[in-house]
Write a protein that binds this ligand. Structure first.
Ligand SMILES: NC(=O)c1ccc[n+]([C@@H]2O[C@H](COP(=O)([O-])OP(=O)(O)OC[C@H]3O[C@@H](n4cnc5c(N)ncnc54)[C@H](O)[C@@H]3O)[C@@H](O)[C@H]2O)c1
Length: 371
């Protein structure tokens, strides 16, 4: 099967999507082959520059033209969150398979997007790329096999410092009309990871704070605009399987670049992971003899699929864009009928429901159950 691909939004994520679709048929053997066809930006001149640099034969300054193109079967949406719902619904209505970035949308919008995708019978995907890491699969295998015993607790975080400087101007990530602040934007990743490893979260107790209350309207401007979304969000969480945990999302944590980190403790041992060293997983086994107990490091290698499709030797490490290539593989497999690793819009909706339950809990100062 040969399918045409179109990208809407050629910024940071648009480039990673492009690399993913360019590489996927070279790294993996798949029943679907993809051809880059068109890129859309908010303006034709920007789209033309993107087409030249990323290698698309066609471009448009109007995303609706891309969605209307019958030669395009798969659409990536890598634009600011407030556009995701309208673009996804239009793409689904045109019969396209849709791969949209996180946070998917507000929960109300995500519900509509999920229903539309499922009713149309097209395949959807959300960009929770960190769960595509081969070491995440190892972590889940260790948990599921009982190697660390009964899981007692989860500590997870997604922490960065990209907004720690109060002089950084107001921009679309801070738009209250979107899915939310730190917990929606970056916290959605660690919520997806928590759910991938341990299953559904059923109850939350949240605490949400805006530390920097206003920002310049543009670089160097004196005029400011109020920030109405949170910089830090924390939550105690309870999982359906019975264990509890704590989750933090924070984009003003000095010196922290990509702490998508977690620790899972069980009755026989534990695992620790940090995204800043994402080709490693630390494992602690309480059965080790006294005097020798301690976390030991497992380095990613060909025995941890699909690492071996990228590199035949262990310890050489994958990169961020490789995670996107794995995500694209899982999307193409879903389009071909194997949905076992599809992270669909339904998952994006579940994650956003958790985000909004945390916000509600913080507002109302009480535990909130998820429906
Ligand atoms: N999965 C991840 O790890 C990850 C990382 C960063 C960002 N994201 C998500 O990806 C999405 C995009 O973020 P980004 O960092 O790439 O932003 P970005 O600002 O770098 O890129 C967004 C692009 O969309 C374009 N755009 C805006 N409105 C448009 C419109 N109406 N039509 C066509 N193009 C339009 C902009 O011109 C820009 O080039 C967001 O949802 C963000 O949360 C995901």
């Amino acid at each position: 099967m040969r399918l045409g691909y179109g990208l809407i939004g050629a910024g940071f994520m648009g480039k990673t999507h492009t690399l993913g679709f360019l590489n996927v048929n070279r790294v993996f053997r798949l029943p679907v082959e993809v051809e880059l066809r068109k890129v859309a930006e908010y303006d034709a001149a920007v789209a033309e520059r993107a087409a030249k640099s990323l290698g698309y034969p066609e471009f448009t300054g109007d995303w609706r033209t891309l969605i209307g193109d019958p030669a395009i079967h798969i659409v990536s949406i890598a634009t600011p969150g407030t556009t995701h719902c309208e673009m996804s619904l239009a793409a689904i209505a045109a019969g396209k398979h849709v791969y949209c970035e996180k946070p998917l949308a507000t929960a109300a919008e995500a519900e509509k997007m999920t229903a539309a995708g499922e009713a149309a019978g097209v395949k959807t995907m959300v960009g929770f790329n960190y769960i595509k890491n081969p070491m995440m699969r190892v972590a889940r295998e260790i948990i599921d096999s009982g190697e660390i015993g009964e899981v007692r607790t989860f500590r997870g975080m997604h922490i960065e410092d990209n907004l720690m400087d109060a002089d950084i101007p107001w921009h679309w990530r801070l738009d209250k009309a979107g899915a939310g602040g730190a917990m929606a934007d970056i916290g959605s990743h660690i919520l997806a990871t928590a759910r991938y490893l341990l299953g559904p979260i059923v109850e939350v107790l949240g605490d949400v704070t805006t530390v920097i209350p206003s920002r310049p309207v543009a670089g160097g401007a004196c005029q400011t605009r109020a920030v109405e979304v949170e910089d830090i969000a924390r939550a105690f969480v309870r999982f359906e399987r019975g264990c509890s945990g704590v989750i933090e999302a924070n984009w003003i944590a000095a010196g922290r670049k990509m702490q998508h980190d977690f620790e899972v403790s069980g009755s026989k041992g534990g695992i620790f992971f940090s995204q800043e060293r994402f080709s490693e997983l630390d494992l602690y086994l309480n059965d080790d003899r006294p005097g020798r107990r301690g976390f030991h490091k497992i380095f990613a290698g060909p025995e941890h699929p699909p690492y071996g499709d990228f590199c035949i030797a262990p310890g050489h490490q994958l990169g961020f864009n490789d995670l996107k290539t794995i995500e694209v593989r899982d999307f193409l497999r879903a389009i071909a009928g194997d949905t076992s690793d599809q992270t669909s819009f339904r998952e994006g909706w579940e994650v956003q429901k958790t985000v909004e339950a945390i916000y509600r809990s913080s507002r109302e100062h009480r535990w909130v159950k998820l429906q």
